[in-house]
Design a protein around this ligand. Structure first.
Ligand code: PMP
Length: 327
């Protein structure tokens, strides 16, 4: 779907997957006005297809657009584009349990010209999709994380809360450093004090204090510089539904390390659309590191994971009406 100042949103069409061609002076190639979303459509047990909370992705896409001075795509067009894509060939949605159709809506600035003083006058919204297999073949495996104190992902007032391409461009070097350190993923800290835990490269983080019915579930508050994950929001609600105390607050690297040493911190997990929930087993930083539960996945982690996956695959009740029927 195209957008221009004169015509607004226009020329919606479904096309065969093919390369796009751009003038070398196209705005997005120089100034990075590019935003995206990621969500999944699942085959339900009755054969229908449903997406997980596409309305939440549509809303986040509008917020990202606003921050990047791009036009906001109305939710009907966002969700309508997904419906139309699936209507072309419903068989794109895998039927094997654990598999899903990953959907990637995105928007780029397509005006030609090198002027940087005002936002582009033309934009293109696109949606592509790809079948995605279960993230963990052969069982859930805890990941190890590297606390990045050298680089930051997002600063106050910056674009951290938006799902824009530039945030990811800024993260590759730190992710490479995490791998050099023998870790799977980078964990970002706040830009000012470098001690408040924000999020992982592409997932939000949760910390469980205590165990059993007394467990308390803590996740970093939305500081303005971390992405408001839709999985994060869903898990906060599921944990509260189960009667656990949930807290959105600041959590420092020191608090985390001390609580891990005393045994009070019982589980850490990361969450996002791709993997749903990943246990975190080991934390490493410039001055040392520690393990959580000897690197084994926690009970609450696995319970929440099973519940959310069940809602998405249609094998469990959906009390919040999160599944949106598409076909
Ligand atoms: N943080 C970042 C930086 C991400 O890229 C993602 C993936 N979209 C998340 C968190 C998790 O968000 P969601 O649960 O909406 O997938």
């Amino acid at each position: 779907i195209k957008w221009s100042e004169e015509r607004g949103w226009h020329d919606a069409e479904v096309r065969a997957y093919e390369p796009l061609t751009f003038d070398p002076a196209t705005a997005v190639l120089h100034y990075g006005q590019a935003i995206f979303e990621g969500l999944k459509a699942y085959r339900q047990p009755d054969g229908t297809v449903a997406a997980f909370r596409p309305d939440a992705n549509a809303a986040r896409f509008r917020n990202s657009a606003r921050r990047l001075a791009m036009p906001e795509l109305p939710d009907e067009l966002f969700i309508g584009s997904i419906q139309e894509l699936i209507a072309v060939d419903e068989r794109w949605v895998p039927t094997r349990q654990g598999d899903a159709l990953y959907l990637r809506p995105f928007m780029i600035a397509t005006s030609e010209g090198l002027g940087v003083n005002r936002p582009a006058a033309e934009y293109l919204y696109l949606l592509i999709a790809s079948p995605a297999g279960a993230y963990f073949d052969g069982g859930v495996k805890p990941v190890s994380v590297w606390l990045s104190t050298e680089y930051v992902r997002a600063a106050p007032g910056g674009t951290g809360e938006a799902k824009c391409a530039g945030n990811y461009a800024a993260s590759f070097l730190a992710q490479a450093q995490a791998v050099e350190q023998g870790c799977d993923q980078v964990v970002w800290l706040d830009a000012v004090e470098r001690r408040w835990i924000e999020e992982m490269g592409g997932m939000n983080l949760f910390f469980v204090f205590g165990s059993g019915a007394d467990a308390k579930v803590v996740t970093p508050e939305l500081s303005g510089s971390l992405l408001p994950g839709i999985t994060r929001d869903s898990l906060l609600r599921l944990a509260a539904d189960h009667g656990y105390r949930v807290e959105e607050r600041r959590i420092s690297t020191d608090e985390c390390e001390k609580a891990a040493a005393s045994g009070e911190l019982t589980e850490v997990f990361a969450c996002g659309t791709a993997a749903v929930i990943t246990p975190v087993g080991r934390v490493k930083h410039a001055k040392g590191g520690y393990t959580i539960r000897g690197g084994e996945p926690g009970e609450l982690t696995m319970k929440l994971r099973e519940e959310l996956v069940g809602i998405q695959e249609g094998t469990r009740p959906d009390p919040h009406g999160w599944m949106h029927k598409l076909a």
